[in-house]
Design a protein around this ligand. Structure first.
Ligand SMILES: CSC[C@H]1O[C@@H](n2cnc3c(O)ncnc32)[C@H](O)[C@@H]1O
Ligand SMILES: [Zn+2]
Length: 442
C-alpha cells in the first residue's frame, strides 16, 4: 500500500450534499469541497479529503447542500430603491408615467451607489454571486461591485433619449467605451454594452454598438420582444419584427443576450436558432407587468442557451433567484403542457452553467469543478420547511427560498458567513435607504 500525498490548501468545506452541476444531474453525499486561493482545488468524499488534504481552515456544514453561486443575468440594481413604488401596471405605463419620471428626478451617482449596494446585499443573502446590470452611472455600480467583491457584468446603457448619465447616443457610447477600457481584464467586472430596447435605440447607435462589441469583445444585452405592443409598434414603424430588424443589422450573434422574449413566432425562431444568441428569461417581471410568457422549452428545443434574470426590484419585486427558478419551472411546465418540462436540475442549470456560458465564462464559472473559480454557496436544508430531504435539488427549486442560503464565497473569499454579510455595512446602508425613501416620497 502506498502512502497518500498530502496537499496543502486554504479552506475545506464539509457538506452533507454537493450539487456540482457537472456531470448534469449529479448529487454527491458527504463531500469535502477544497478551496485554494481563488479556485476550487477538489471535490471529494470526506474520507478521501482526510487522507489527502491539510487546510488552514475547515468549515463543517452538517445539513447543507453546496452548489455553484447563482448567476442573475438581468437586472437594474439601483432600481431597488424604487421597489414597490409603482405596482400593478403594464410595462409602457409603468415606464412612461412612473419610472422614467422618477429616474429623471432622482437618479444620480449617489442614488446608484446606494441602490446598487442594497441590491447586492439582497442578492448575496439569497445565493447570487454573479449578476448582470444595465443602468445609468454604470461606472458607479462597477466600483461598488468591485469593492464588495461581487462578480458582475456591467452593461452601460444606450438609448436615443438624454438622461442624467448622457445627452444622447454619442455620449453614451463614448463613456461606455471608456468603461470597457477601464474594466476589461478585471477579475470581477465584465464590462458590456446595454442598448436598452429596439423601441428606444435607432439603427445608427445599434450599429455603433455592434462595432464596439466587435472591437472589444464586449457582450451586448438588450430587452427584446418583451411585449406584444413592442412587436406591433415595430411592425407599424418599420414593417419588421424587432428580431428581424436586429438580425438584419447583424446584432443577433453569440455575443448577444436577448432579455424577455415573450413574443415568438416561427420567423423569430428561425432567425434565433443557429444565431448563437442567448435568452435571458425573466418570468416574474413578465408576469407582474403582464408582458407575456417566454416559451422556454421551444427555445431550448432549438438549441438556444436559456439563462435567468430577475429584472429590477421595481418590477419583480425581489431579487431572490431561487424564487425566480421556482416560478420559471412552474410556468415552464404549463407553457409546454408537460410536467416533465424544466426539471429542478434544468432550472438550476439556467442559473449556473447556462449563465456562465452567456458570459463566455463556462470554463471558469457555473460548476464545482477543480480549476474553476471558487464561487459557491451553501444552503441549510435543516429547517422544518425543507424537511424531509429525499432530493436536495428538488428542495432548492420547489421548496426553497433564498433565505436558507447561509454561506457564500466569491473568488475564494467569504461573502456570507452564517447568514451575515462580511463586506457590507448593513446599518449604514439601511440608514441611507430610509433617507432615499423619505426623499422619494416627498
Ligand atoms: C437603459 S438603463 C435601463 C432602463 O431600463 C428601464 N427598465 C427597467 N425594467 C425594464 C423592463 O422590464 N423593460 C424595459 N425597460 C426597463 C429602467 O427603468 C431604465 O430606464
Ligand atoms: Zn430589464
Amino acid at each position: 500500500m502506498t502512502a497518500d500525498t498530502i496537499n496543502a490548501a486554504d479552506t475545506r468545506i464539509n457538506a452533507r450534499w454537493v450539487i456540482p452541476m457537472e456531470p448534469f444531474g449529479t448529487v454527491l453525499e458527504h463531500q469535502a469541497v477544497i478551496l485554494h486561493g481563488s479556485r476550487i482545488a477538489a471535490v471529494m468524499p470526506q474520507a478521501e479529503a482526510d487522507r489527502t488534504y491539510r487546510t488552514k481552515e475547515t468549515i463543517d456544514l452538517g445539513q447543507h447542500v453546496v452548489l455553484p453561486g447563482l448567476i442573475n443575468l438581468h437586472g437594474h440594481t439601483a432600481m431597488s430603491l424604487f421597489r414597490g413604488l409603482a405596482d400593478d401596471l403594464p410595462l409602457m405605463t409603468w415606464l412612461n408615467d412612473h419610472i422614467w419620471p422618477a429616474e429623471g428626478r432622482f437618479v444620480s451617482e449617489s442614488f446608484v451607489a446606494d441602490g446598487s449596494k442594497l441590491a447586492m446585499a439582497e442578492m448575496l443573502r439569497t445565493g447570487t454571486t454573479t449578476f448582470s446590470d444595465m443602468y445609468f452611472f454604470p461606472e458607479v455600480t462597477a466600483q461598488v461591485a468591485h469593492d464588495t467583491g461581487m462578480r458582475a457584468q456591467i452593461c452601460f446603457p444606450l438609448m436615443d433619449m438624454p438622461t442624467a448619465w448622457g445627452s444622447g447616443p454619442e455620449e453614451y457610447l463614448r463613456k461606455g467605451a471608456d468603461l470597457i477600457e477601464q474594466w476589461q481584464g478585471d477579475d470581477y467586472i465584465i464590462p458590456a454594452i446595454g442598448p436598452h430596447a429596439p423601441y428606444t435605440v435607432s439603427d445608427q447607435p445599434l450599429t455603433a454598438a455592434l462595432e464596439l462589441s466587435r472591437e472589444t469583445g464586449a457582450a451586448l444585452q438588450i430587452h427584446l420582444h418583451e411585449t406584444a405592443f413592442e412587436v406591433q409598434e415595430s411592425l407599424k414603424a418599420t414593417g419588421k419584427r424587432p428580431v428581424t430588424r436586429l438580425a438584419e443589422l447583424g446584432l443577433l450573434g453569440a455575443n448577444t443576450q436577448c432579455v424577455h422574449m415573450t413574443q415568438i413566432d416561427d420567423s423569430d425562431l428561425h432567425q434565433l436558432s443557429g444565431s448563437g444568441a442567448h435568452i435571458v428569461h425573466c418570468p416574474e417581471s413578465n408576469l407582474k407587468l403582464a408582458s407575456g410568457l417566454c416559451p422556454v422549452q421551444t427555445l431550448k428545443d432549438q438549441g438556444l442557451n436559456i439563462t435567468i434574470g430577475t429584472d429590477g426590484a421595481a418590477s419583480n419585486n425581489d431579487l431572490d433567484l431561487f424564487g425566480e427558478l421556482k416560478t420559471a419551472a412552474m410556468i415552464g411546465k404549463v407553457i409546454a403542457d408537460d410536467a416533465a418540462a424544466l426539471s429542478a436540475h434544468q432550472a438550476l442549470a439556467m442559473a449556473t452553467l447556462n449563465g456562465a456560458r452567456a458570459l463566455g465564462m463556462e470554463h471558469e464559472l457555473g460548476s464545482l469543478v477543480p480549476g474553476k473559480l471558487a464561487d459557491l454557496i451553501a444552503v441549510d436544508l435543516s429547517d422544518p420547511f425543507l424537511q424531509p430531504v429525499y432530493d436536495p435539488a428538488s428542495h432548492l427549486v420547489y421548496s426553497n427560498h433564498g433565505r436558507a442560503v447561509t454561506h457564500s464565497w466569491i473568488h475564494g473569499i467569504p461573502q456570507l458567513q452564517d447568514g451575515r454579510l462580511t463586506r457590507i455595512d448593513m446599518p449604514d446602508l439601511m440608514l441611507r435607504v430610509s433617507e432615499w425613501r423619505n426623499q422619494i416620497l416627498s
